[in-house]
Write a protein that binds this ligand. Sequence first.
Ligand code: NAD
Ligand code: UGA
Length: 459
Amino acid sequence: MKITKICCIGAGYVGGPTMAIIAKKNPNIKVTIVDINAERIAAWNNEDVSQLPIYEPGLAEIVEETRGKNLFFTTEIDEAIKESEMIFISVNTPTKTYGIGKGMAADLKYVELCARNIAEVATTDKIIVEKSTLPVRTAQAIKSILHNTGSDVKFEILSNPEFLAEGTAIQDLLNPDRVLIGGESEDAIESLANVYGSWVPQERILRTNVWSSELSKLTANAFLAQRISSINAISELCEHTEANVNEVAKAIGMDSRIGSKFLNASIGFGGSCFQKDILNLVYIARSYGLTAVADYWEQVIILNDHQKRRFSNNLISTLYNTVSGKKIAMLGWAFKKDTNDTRESAAIYVADHLLNEQANIAVYDPKVTSKKVQADLNYLNTRSEEENNDLVKSYEDPYETSKDAHAIAIMTEWDEFKTYDWTKIFNQMKKPAFIFDGRNILDKEEMEAIGFEYSSIGK
Ligand code: NAD
Ligand code: UGA
């Protein structure tokens, strides 16, 4: 099928950047991104591209270049579905918070709503592309909904999971390790391969069956997260043996069979996907009765929770076993640098734990608003909104944040943290002045020479 118009349902962290690149690289295809969230669409249409709803290095420039030419953002979902030959489903698939599979399975209600919406309004044949991360065999459910409309419209379903990481999304999209397309119909697969073919070499476009494609996405995230939990497990052992986790990571990473990436010990991984996708994998394995498989992968999450808790416990015990009434300055709230996304950020859980111990928290993050910090804590429902508001303050300036603080906790690896005047920060803090470097980004000797009591992960 020749593709002249594409619709993407879901204007989020995946839909926005992915479609911006498709539009940029295919000037002859009209790309329309739709969403039920009118506020989000309005932000995507903001004249001032520094106000886009998503912060990603390089994204604003591409949106400015393509928006209004062949890239459009709208809430007119039905129209965009009707006119397009290819429809990407890129909506959220969070962990279920109710009913069967609560806390484990992926909640597919948004995906199902999209399928029903398409079934209802489509009058011409369409290729439906699963871009959201979905449990293996979801295409079957989408197919069943689309094929029972009673009309003559034909639908082909492809799985095309996304592998971009936030903070590097544009580079990941421009130069992907691979693009994965799972499907049955060769014609549909080649139609999508041609869209990517505008900039991705054909040998990097992998064609598989639908189920391998769906399962590969969950597996890739599980393997990546497993590496972080593995190095974090070793970090705890390092702290008891005077080994240095950075040295261990370097030594093992030079083995070409292991490789050096994703071996940074940390406060624990965050982000909207690793935990959700592993929980989903565990749920699927359990539903097939594969207890050993499920237990194996669940351990990645257990270790990650342990690492977050270990960080806050260490902070509390070092501060003479109490943080009550003490000001703890948190540098960073996003789940990693170069994004404004805070979903499942370790900072939220560490802050919550410290608040239970009656700490006062001061937060500075270059891209996260005070409103978001409050919303993240309120979502946990641990205490009232008023209490969170009283105990947690956000600042626009890192020096104000750390003034009179008993300790600084580095939660995100923002580059700018390395360039601060740490002597100035030290002079403004209560003494002894502690730093808990959850990202191992500062130099221990330099910090100790200034006078800080410095501790990091795995050293
Ligand atoms: P997101 O929450 O940022 O965006 C999803 C959007 O879909 C929201 O704006 C929501 O309003 C919209 N939506 C939900 N239901 C809708 C409907 N019925 N009609 C129209 N719009 C609807 O989510 P995201 O981070 O972009 O993730 C989307 C999917 O991609 C998830 O399955 C996720 O696992 C996967 N994924 C995410 C990343 C990432 O880095 N965030 C990377 C790879 C894959
Ligand atoms: C991850 C994957 O890397 C993407 O390939 C995938 O598409 C995406 O999930 C998804 O499916 O959503 P993302 O979560 O955006 O991307 O970011 P990562 O770079 O993977 O970082 C995830 C978390 O792990 C962050 O909190 C990060 O700080 C942490 N991390 C990462 C470590 O603690 N150590 C490392 O060595 C690497």
